[in-house]
Design a protein around this ligand. Structure first.
Ligand SMILES: NC(=O)c1ccc[n+]([C@@H]2O[C@H](COP(=O)([O-])OP(=O)(O)OC[C@H]3O[C@@H](n4cnc5c(N)ncnc54)[C@H](O)[C@@H]3O)[C@@H](O)[C@H]2O)c1
Length: 433
């Protein structure tokens, strides 16, 4: 496959690197409105082709069969639709789109064309999400009762991210409603229990900070809220609470599941303490287990073991989220991806890239496909509507699960992955970083 990456801001660089060293990717091409970013990326990653816009890339590189969209968060929907209409497989950074209509069209296009849409939802691959998903699948936790997950990212920490591309009017985009970016929290919890939301009631925190980002007339969405809390009625009868906070005094962790309760067992987390306990209804002797060895990063656990973490007062550093955790199965990755110890988001990018490549090269469905992405995004859009109406209970439109007869990707290692010498040549520079 050949992929064109659009948007060379802060986030996409690691994806350009990973696609470039994946054994099944023939060429990576890049595009950005800022020519300096195109030049820098081509030089850094030794790429042959670069373009000065999404549109130019689609026109002048018709041989691309896949497109990766990493533009600002509110721009994805129409770009995904355009690329899919041209017959491309598409991966995009979160979110899939910012309106129910856009998302419905992406589902329709995927169904009609058989092409893949995948949302690059890092948190789906987060260690806590994997832990809860794996445990819940065994049936040991019983029926889902209640869960809480959240994405906390203080806007003060994101000024530079928005200014980087937004120019003098960066506030107009920075003030996007928090629930228009709900897929980190929602995907972790909803994928763990494999259910979708039926109804929502949401409350908003009306912001009056002097940075003038939130408030009617201050941003493109007339959004007054910096924080939003939603309560969802789930399809299996349980309840989920999601917080999307952009004005809050917490740093790490930022995306996590605080608790997930089944009728028979429970997972709970506080910063880096992860516990799993079995209740009496399980029929077993109740116990509590510390599962931090599986869920925290290997780097963090090593530092803890060696007394390098001061539990009384620790400077919060990247070691809390940089690198793999033991529960992430690295053996399913191409060899060039396995030794990737220094990247944020719990090293989820290699899993995302590999899933998309498997899907695009086989035609099979990946996780976070159009149907999954819709169920992780639309509940947030309706939650914001509820918050604007003071928390009224609203129904959530649902476009169903992915077609059952569309085969899902599998993880058998291919022989070609064993012969990675050519890719090690390309990857050598990166592995030494
Ligand atoms: N954990 C995560 O999943 C995660 C983390 C960070 C960012 N993101 C997402 O990644 C995306 C990119 O974030 P970022 O911080 O890199 O943004 P950014 O503003 O730094 O970069 C966006 C780039 O897209 C380019 N662009 C916009 N329109 C274009 C067009 N028509 N043609 C070509 N280029 C175009 C801009 O010039 C800019 O360089 C956002 O959607 C963000 O939400 C996700």
């Amino acid at each position: 496959m050949k992929i064109g990456i659009v948007g060379l801001g802060y986030f996409s660089d690691d994806f350009v690197r990973l696609f470039n060293i994946h054994p099944d990717v023939e060429e990576v091409v890049v595009a950005d409105l800022d020519e300096r970013r195109v030049k820098a990326s081509m030089e850094k990653h030794h790429l042959k082709r670069g373009f000065s816009s999404f549109e130019e890339m689609l026109e002048k590189a018709p041989d691309l069969d896949c497109i990766g969209i990493y533009t600002q968060r509110h721009l994805h929907g129409p770009m995904i639709v355009k690329a899919m209409k041209m017959g491309k497989n598409v991966i995009s950074a979160v979110p899939i789109g910012c309106s129910v209509e856009e998302i419905e069209e992406i589902i329709k296009l995927s169904k009609e064309t058989g092409k893949i849409y995948m949302m690059a939802e890092t948190c789906y691959y987060y260690p806590c999400a994997i832990f809860c998903r794996e445990k819940y699948k065994t049936g040991e936790m019983g029926r889902f009762v209640y869960g809480e997950s959240q994405y906390y990212h203080d806007i003060c920490e994101m000024y530079l991210d928005f200014q980087h591309t937004g120019g003098p009017n960066w506030r107009r985009v920075a003030g996007i409603p928090p629930m228009f970016y709900p897929t980190h929290s929602i995907s972790m919890l909803f994928s763990a229990i494999n259910e979708h939301a039926l109804k929502v009631s949401c409350m908003g925190y009306r912001d009056n900070h002097e940075d003038n980002i939130y408030g009617e007339d201050k941003n493109n969405w007339q959004n007054p809220f910096s924080n939003e809390t939603a309560l969802f009625q789930m399809s299996g009868g349980g309840i989920a609470r999601i917080n999307e906070f952009r004005r809050v005094g917490i740093n790490k962790p930022s995306s996590y599941i605080t608790c997930m309760y089944g009728e028979k067992a429970a997972y709970e987390c506080s910063v880096t303490n992860h516990s799993y306990q079995i209740g009496v209804a399980s029929g077993k002797e109740p116990y509590i287990e510390d599962v931090g060895n599986l869920v925290n990063t290997i780097a963090y656990n090593e530092d803890l073991k060696n007394g390098k973490i001061d539990m009384n007062r620790d400077p919060i550093s990247t070691k809390y989220i940089v690198g793999f955790a033991a529960i992430q199965d690295r053996s399913r990755l191409p060899k060039t991806f396995r030794n990737n110890p220094k990247f944020a988001h719990y090293n989820t990018h290699p899993f995302l890239v590999d899933d998309f490549v498997r899907a695009a090269t086989t035609g099979k469905l990946p996780p976070n496909n159009a149907w999954d992405a819709a169920r992780y995004m639309i509940p947030g859009l309706i939650a914001h509507e509820s918050a604007l109406k003071g928390g009224v209970l609203l129904d959530i439109p649902d476009f169903g699960a992915a077609p059952e007869n569309w085969e899902k990707i599998t993880y058998d290692l291919k022989d070609s992955y064993e012969d990675t010498s050519r890719f090690y040549e390309v990857a050598k520079g990166y592995l030494d970083v």
